[in-house]
Design a protein around this ligand. Structure first.
Ligand SMILES: Cc1ncc(COP(=O)(O)O)c(C=O)c1O
Ligand SMILES: N[C@@H](CCOP(=O)(O)O)C(=O)O
Length: 473
């Protein structure tokens, strides 16, 4: 298995190098040269298997032999042993045709744990084998940060720097990150938005001298391995509901487009996915794209679903690569235009190709709160605000007949409601409690550094802290 960059001008890499590379050297994102194929029999054979075994079978073709199967099985099994539900990602039925796929049973209560618990262990395995050390730089709107910190804390070969937009995460999210006091963990509260944080991460990777001196790696979904690990739960959910003998639709609350791109990957591998509904909050650049074929930037506004307060959806580039027939130059031209002028458009044929798979819906603040309230009142199920965007978007797609009503609809429950207690209580009257292992979160000491939105300042901070950590190690 080889990986190519969406901009077409970076070296083709195997799995281990892709895991460590993060952003491609031409500024693009790595994708598989071709998708592994699962026949109907291969998919049927997954029925009844535990999550970790399905995970091994689905991910093994992506490794291209880089990690021995037994060693990989041990890593995967260990990663999912940290989840507090035996099914790892259980399905809960909400109504006759709608399920939620609970992805928040990992240590930091969001879907990011599913991939990052694995990634932390994969980094360890590969770095120990190579005798190397990396500096991870990451951007978070709230959930990737804590999941990555939890996965990388105290690992010997890793320093991790996580930037979050100051004052724009929930308090629980911030404390989950900043109360980890391990010497290899560095939290930055950036004076800016998530998009600014992500731009700085890409800026650090695109500075080749800095990237090479620091040995940069990524934990955001620019890292291919994140997508690979997220593909798995689309298989487990679809198989549990009757695939390959029945089609399944998914609705994904979306920000950076990584999670729904993983669903696209599962479909490309042969999973019978009928439709992928993208749920956006008021930061609705993706919903507007699917309505018009034009990607047009707009200022980010804070919402009740802060992890989705994103306007520049990094992984959309991976879809664009396919919409533009895998022409790296065309992707580069579109994204250069987006950077310079704030927009680009696809042709009607390319939009039609996208709409044969995707639908997009914007759910505003009132719709989010109303969905939390009515779901609680009607089913006794407490949604987090991100998942509520998904539930409302699924409903909108059904109302517009964009999905076949006979097809089961699975909405991805991307975070535990206790991560957003204020919004959930405001909507439902019920304040969700943190699980016992986080019950002292509000008393824990916090450590973080405030930095301006300036690449040179952030680079100097990362270099100085990483040097100090290495000297101390
Ligand atoms: C709770 C939650 N829901 C949804 C999303 C959106 O996922 P994606 O960025 O993969 O589109 C995020 C963050 O990205 C998140 O943290
Ligand atoms: N919502 C995310 C944003 C970053 O997304 P990623 O999937 O690229 O890591 C977060 O919680 O940080």
């Amino acid at each position: 298995m080889q990986y190519v960059s969406t901009r077409g001008a970076a070296p083709v890499l195997g799995f281990e190098d892709v895991l460590l590379a993060g952003l491609a050297r031409d500024g693009g994102l790595y994708v598989p040269q071709s998708w592994p194929q699962f026949s109907a029999d291969d998919i049927r054979a997954l029925r009844g298997l535990p999550y970790s075994e399905i995970a091994v079978r689905v991910m093994l073709p992506f490794l291209g032999g880089a990690i021995d199967e037994d060693a990989f099985r041990a890593i995967v099994t260990d990663a999912y042993a940290s989840f507090d539900h035996s099914a790892v990602t259980p399905l809960i039925q909400l109504d006759q045709t709608t399920w939620v796929l609970e992805l928040f049973h990992g240590p930091t209560l969001a879907f990011k744990d599913v991939a990052l618990q694995l990634l932390g262990r994969l980094f360890d395995h590969v770095l120990a084998k190579r005798g190397e050390r990396v500096t991870i730089v990451g951007a978070t709107s709230g959930d990737t940060g804590s999941a990555a910190i939890e996965a990388c804390r105290d690992r010997q070969n890793v320093d991790i720097f996580i930037m979050h937009p100051k004052g724009r995460t929930s308090e629980v999210q911030r404390r989950q990150m900043t109360s980890v006091l391990s010497s290899n963990v560095h939290n930055i509260a950036l004076d800016g938005t998530f998009d600014d944080c992500q731009d700085l991460v890409k800026g650090m990777f695109n500075d080749t001298a800095f990237r090479d001196t620091m040995g940069l790696s990524a934990v955001n979904s620019i890292n291919w391995a994140r997508i690979m690990a997220q593909i798995v739960y689309y298989f487990t959910a679809a198989v549990a509901l009757g695939a390959p003998d029945r089609k399944i639709a998914f609705t994904v609350p979306t920000g950076n487009f990584g999670n729904v791109y993983a669903a696209y990957g599962a479909r490309a591998m042969g999973l019978p996915i009928d439709k992928l509904v993208v749920g956006s909050n008021s930061n609705d650049i993706l919903a507007r794209f699917f309505a018009s074929g034009t990607m047009a930037a707009a200022p980010v506004v804070p919402t009740f679903s802060p992890s989705m307060d994103i306007q520049i959806s990094s992984n959309f580039e991976r879809l664009l690569f396919d919409l533009l027939d895998r022409d790296g130059d065309a992707v580069t031209a579109a994204l250069n235009r987006f950077r310079a002028e704030g927009n680009f458009a696809v042709t009607d044929a390319q939009l039609a190709k996208a709409l044969s798979i995707f639908a997009g819906h914007r759910v505003g603040e009132d719709g989010t709160m109303e969905t939390v309230a009515t779901t609680w009142a009607n089913s006794g199920y407490l949604l987090d605000p991100h998942t509520a965007v998904g539930v409302a978007a699924a409903k909108a797609a059904k109302a517009k007949a964009e999905v076949d009503p006979s097809v089961p609809m699975v909405v991805l429950a991307t975070a535990h409601p206790a991560k957003f207690p204020d919004a959930v209580e405001k909507a439902s009257g019920r304040r969700p409690a943190l699980p016992p292992r986080l019950s002292d979160l509000y008393e824990r000491e916090e450590r973080l550094s405030d930095l301006p939105n300036d690449l040179a300042t952030v680079q100097a901070f990362v270099a100085a802290r990483a040097r100090a950590a290495q000297e101390a190690a």
